[in-house]
Design a protein around this ligand. Structure first.
Ligand code: F6R
Length: 363
């Protein structure tokens, strides 16, 4: 049942405020001041976190690395499962291993988990399907409560993975004494405000639909982001290529001049995911480099960011203001909608893209 939507993907994008609100209520019950986990994790007993996943779930790990390192000062290693499992990396004492998977059945992720069993101090997982192999074989599985995801391109599972990882990073920060009680409450307030912000962010659907008709003409599209928005650039590019078959790449904004800028001309739209944060000025100079070469910038930012970017930007998408902490969750919406509307404009099979399976149970 597509609930009145044209595709499951559209339904699953639109469901995010409700689904996130449900997930928040499981981990942050109304009236509680603390994060409630299904079982305790002692973050003072571990020195490092190794996070492993594939595809979009791996990009959720990329975002979470910023959170765990910045908020909890916990060193994080991340890798894609297909590389991790054959690299056979050392797993030092004091390592917790965390696997992120919507299906809980991804062959490479499961093999990476089995490699860590008996080596890591604790095997954790963040999964959508509670009865899955990855869930069962973990010491502690944290459900994301996204509900069934049918569209092959992952949408609501990604934002729910991010939510659970954000709360886990805050819990780690609290236990490790890296955050004051007051700061923690402020962050939890940010989390409680997320469903409302997601609802507001979804109103960009119409403008995105209009500009996606132009994007659908492009052969190549670049996505740029800095800090925790860099993984969002990767996610935006993955979503777009998966369902619209347009070649897209995500880069860290600062990497542009180390090679990718050679691709820029007036045929290559460059999508910049940049809320006005501490790194925004640096992103502006990257945009100027693109514009000086005739590149067309689509800036996804908040009102202040769009204002300070000035003239010369090709198109803008205005997002609600959001804390730097949770911007990666909110900016998943434009990443998803840009891919969705571009694919619809091209007339591709959005829910069942060619060559892809929902659950990759063979390597
Ligand atoms: C992208 C997508 C894939 C999955 C990847 C991992 O839209 O859906 O990249 O994220 O195959 O799948 P899970 O999370 O089931 O392990």
């Amino acid at each position: 049942d597509k609930g009145g939507h044209r595709h499951f993907m559209a339904k699953e994008i639109a469901e995010q405020p409700t689904v996130l609100a449900d997930a928040i209520s499981r981990y942050l019950p109304a009236g509680a001041d603390d994060i409630v986990l299904p079982e305790a994790i002692d973050f003072t007993a571990i020195d490092r976190l190794t996070m492993v996943a594939c595809g979009t779930a791996f990009y959720a790990c990329n975002v979470a690395k910023y959170w765990f390192e910045q908020l909890a000062r916990l060193p994080v290693e991340i890798d894609v499962a297909s590389e991790f499992r054959y690299r056979e990396p050392p797993v030092p004492k004091g390592t917790a291993a965390l696997f992120v998977s919507q299906s809980g059945e991804t062959a490479d992720t499961l093999a990476a988990l089995r490699y860590c069993a008996g080596k890591a101090d604790r095997i954790l997982s963040v999964v959508n399907v509670p009865e899955s192999s990855i869930s069962r074989e973990s010491d502690l599985a944290l459900p994301i409560h996204a509900g069934v995801e049918i569209g092959v391109a992952s949408t609501k599972a990604f934002t729910c993975q991010l939510l659970v990882l954000a709360l886990l990073a805050l819990e780690a920060a609290r236990q490790r004494g890296e955050i004051t009680a007051g700061e923690l409450q402020d962050r939890l307030e940010d989390v409680r405000a997320l469903p409302g912000l997601l609802n507001q962010a979804l109103t960009i659907g119409d403008p995105v639909e209009r500009l996606s008709r132009d994007l659908a003409e492009a052969r190549d599209i670049l996505f740029l982001g800095r800090g925790a928005m860099y993984p969002l650039a990767l996610e935006g590019a993955l979503k777009l290529k998966e369902i619209s078959y347009i070649h897209a790449e995500g880069y860290a904004s600062g990497e542009l001049k180390h090679g990718p800028i050679a691709l820029v001309d007036d045929h290559v739209p460059v999508i910049v995911m940049a809320p006005r944060d501490a790194l925004f000025e640096k992103t502006i100079s990257n945009m100027q480099e693109v514009m000086a070469r005739g590149g067309r910038i689509l800036l996804v930012s908040d009102a202040k960011g769009i204002k300070s970017a000035g003239d010369g930007v090709w198109r803008t998408i205005q997002m609600p203001d959001v804390s730097a902490f949770l911007a990666p969750i909110l900016y998943a919406i434009p990443a998803q909608l840009l891919a969705y509307h571009t694919a619809v404009a091209k007339g591709t099979d959005v829910d069942q893209p060619r060559n892809l399976a929902k659950s990759v149970t063979v390597e």
